[in-house]
Design a protein around this ligand. Sequence first.
Ligand SMILES: Nc1nc2c(ncn2[C@@H]2O[C@H](COP(=O)(O)OP(=O)(O)OP(=O)(O)O)[C@@H](O)[C@H]2O)c(=O)[nH]1
Ligand SMILES: [Mg+2]
Length: 227
Amino acid sequence: MSAAPRLLEVRKNVLKQNDVIAHALRERFRASRVFVVSLVSSPGSGKTAFLEKALTLLHARCRVAALVGDLATENDAARLARSLAPVKQITTGTVCHLEAAMIQNALADWDVSQLDFLFIENVGNLVCPSSYDLGESLRLVLISVTEGEDKPLKYPTIFNSADVAVITKMDLASAVEFDEPIARKNIQAVRPGMEILKVSAKTGDGMNEFLEFIETQRSRSRATSAV
Ligand SMILES: Nc1nc2c(ncn2[C@@H]2O[C@H](COP(=O)(O)OP(=O)(O)OP(=O)(O)O)[C@@H](O)[C@H]2O)c(=O)[nH]1
Ligand SMILES: [Mg+2]
């Protein structure tokens, strides 16, 4: 057997194993009645800034926590911890995405039934994270106004693996001549009917709408998954 098919076989098995763990995680989250929201985007789209703001606002009214993945450093965990919510950094070394087993390990000593929301910030990457189910209830794909309206067309898989798109850094939109109708059209071309939210972590615009949105999603999921 040549090297390439073997590599393909190993990759398939890794993905299969990931799905088994993700399924177990999803069952655990459902039984614990915790709503899990993951964030994917390119590096620097504003995941941590957005999450810090969301955690700070939510921490005042419900039980929230976060996991954050990066290849190296604990920088993002330190930023998120300013919200006073419990936070854990997952450092992946050379791996360009989070995997379900990493989430399982990070949560080994956490009682998730004590949480209303758990957020997971993935490694900044528009390719690898799309293949890995983390057992989350809702996956957000962030696209910042500074990275170009064509990203959904260039990286359709990540948009297809997500449930909702969040346009970030709206405070910079006019400075970078962000063309919102084109960006929306591109998102819809890849994922027709996808819900799109707009936020600025800097000014706080759109944050209340986002919180209302996830609270509604959580209520819906609780109503449909009677445990
Ligand atoms: N003006 C403005 N800047 C922002 C906003 N959100 C994030 N930034 C800036 O964008 C840069 C990257 O933000 P991060 O929150 O670190 O982005 P990230 O997606 O978490 O980055 P990685 O974890 O490295 O992938 C930082 O300099 C932030 O201050 C925003 O809403 N407005
Ligand atoms: Mg970050």
